[in-house]
Design a protein around this ligand. Structure first.
Ligand code: DP6
Length: 353
């Protein structure tokens, strides 16, 4: 008997130009384009195994060993349906293919880091889910095509199907067919940029990205300014910076965009706070570090960015990472510096050890 099973894994990505706001909540079409770096370490990944079998009663999913309901019409169901329909099209074209698109699937997914702590678990999760189903069904797919499906699981997930520096082009069409991810540059283009994750708090966040960003769309005037007048130019400028390996420009834009994203959250009614005092103290530390670096060498040495949570991600050229970890340990004695590139504030390993 043939076993139809496949495993795929996908890493977390951390945005430099933030996605925040949907113009279509069902199809997950964003109000602006975004750009991220896919982390290539093994520490922040989702690994997903999918299996199709005619003896299964229905589609089922387990997340970190616990069953998650697949709600009809929900995001999981949509992703599974879309991948199955691609398989069905193949089966219709090629009669020699086994007809497995009609079999129910069982899906098991594991994150090796805290779920929903603002560490983009939904991004790696939906990317790994779509990649494992695509492998199961042996779809001859390119990553941009799969990103159209992962996007409907969680917007930021579309970017985790590529490594390196990745843009999610917002697109214009109402059906979402031009809202997908593309690679701006592979990791090897600029291996010198490293990411340092500072886990300030690994608990589940208060306001989910999904509900928070809709509240922003409904209430923030600043968001409208950002969408129309800020992000398009920043997307061009940061893509150029990446292509030219210009860390100074990359760092400036990344920090500005993190700041504006959190400003937009504050401009939401009622306001949303994702950063805490430790997050802000880390910003102050990086600002001071950069001020001294600028005075000495005319160059920035690090860039901070924060997603929908208090944890800092610091991008920096590799040669500065050791110094930054030492600085953080000095000013945050409760921090435990783990092996490069991790600095942890919670006292707990991100892998739950
Ligand atoms: C702050 O992709 O989690 O991390 O599409 O509703 O699932 P949904 O939202 P999600 O939002 C991510 C927001 C962000 C910025 C980013 O990754 O670009």
């Amino acid at each position: 008997m043939t076993v139809y099973q496949a495993t795929a894994s996908a890493p977390v990505n951390i945005a430099c130009i933030k996605y925040w706001g949907k113009r279509d909540t069902k199809l997950i079409l964003p109000t602006n384009s975004s750009l991220s770096v896919t982390l290539d370490q093994d520490h922040l990944r989702s690994t997903t195994t999918s299996r199709a079998d005619p003896s299964f009663e229905k589609d089922r999913l387990w997340l970190n060993g616990e069953e998650d309901e697949i709600k009809e019409g929900g995001r999981l169901a949509t992703c599974i349906k879309e991948v199955k329909s691609l398989r069905r099209q193949l089966e219709e074209k090629d009669a020699s293919l086994p007809k497995i698109s009609g079999y129910p699937v069982h899906i098991s997914s594991h994150n090796n880091f805290p779920t929903a702590a603002g560490l983009a678990s939904s991004a790696s999760g939906f990317a790994a889910l779509v990649a494992s189903l695509a492998a199961l069904y042996q779809l001859p797919t390119d990553a941009s095509r799969l990103s159209l499906i992962a996007r409907q699981g969680s917007g930021s997930a579309c970017r985790s199907l590529f490594g390196g520096f990745v843009a999610w082009q917002m697109g214009e069409k109402a059906d979402g067919s031009d809202s997908y991810a593309v690679q701006v540059a592979p990791r090897e283009h600029w291996p010198d940029v490293h990411a340092l994750i500072c886990v300030v708090n690994d608990e589940k966040k208060g306001t989910s990205s999904t509900s928070g960003m809709q509240r922003t769309v409904e209430t923030s005037a600043l968001l409208q300014h950002r969408i129309a007048h800020v992000v398009p130019e920043r997307m061009r400028a940061i893509s150029d910076a990446i292509k030219a390996r210009d860390f100074d420009a990359f760092a400036r834009i990344t920090m500005q965009d993190s700041n504006q994203f959190h400003a937009v959250c504050l401009d939401t009614d009622p306001p949303i706070f994702y950063m805490n005092d430790v997050s802000r103290a880390i910003i102050a530390l990086i600002v001071e570090y950069n001020r001294v670096a600028l005075a000495n060498s005319g160059k920035l040495k690090a860039a901070y960015t924060y997603d929908a949570g208090p944890n800092a991600v610091i991008y920096a050229p590799k040669e500065n990472i050791k110094e930054i970890v030492e600085l953080i340990v000095k000013y945050f004695p409760q921090a435990q510096a783990f092996k490069d590139p991790f600095a942890l504030f919670s006292g707990k390993d991100v892998q739950g050890k």
